[in-house]
Design a binder for this molecule. Sequence first.
Ligand SMILES: [Mg+2]
Length: 230
Amino acid sequence: MKEIQVIAFDADDTLWSNEPFFQETEKKFCDMLEDYLPHHTISRELLEIEIQNLALYGYGIKSMILSMIETAIRISDKTIGVDAIEKIINIGKEMLDKPIELLEGVEDVLKALHGKYRLVMATKGDLLDQEKKLVKSGLAKYFHHTEIVSEKKEAEYTKLIKHLDIPAHQFLMIGNSLKSDILPVLNVGGHAFHVPFHTTWAYEKIEHTIEHPHFRQLTHIKEALQYLLP
Ligand SMILES: [Mg+2]
């Protein structure tokens, strides 16, 4: 751990709560359409359309709104009314307006590490929404750099590490997604701490046991300090 110079934090479900809002919205959407199909079938259709649309729209709330509209059109066999479309747009807008709920311990950890390491926020999703969330969170002052990308795969981490002007083994990523925050970082030679969140989007879920000298499984973000502030 001595070699680490830069610590990057994932944002959604690592610094603040995110996935529960998406699930809440999905539930409202399924309630709206329950005359057509049962909830689990609507959820499955929505997930399929969201995944198909990822390459076109990327991640985030705006993409989810478009995918919900497309799902509603498909499920209703093109009979969905304008009122329902308007309601979908409105539940999406409500999501964009949600206050930020910082996760417990996050600010203490950032405060403790600030000044001792270069801290970075590295998140994917919608640029404008993520920028607004960072401002609302009050955490911007802790970060030396923020990186908002459309995907978090090996290529993006390699680019970020190059931009930070450090060798990969001096980079540590802390996040809740094994798929986006942990595996690609280990694959490019960085360190990774996994902090699980109580719920994960179906698309981010993977079955994986990681055994790697650069990997630490935490149960809470505060445990990071015992490795980083010996
Ligand atoms: Mg996350």
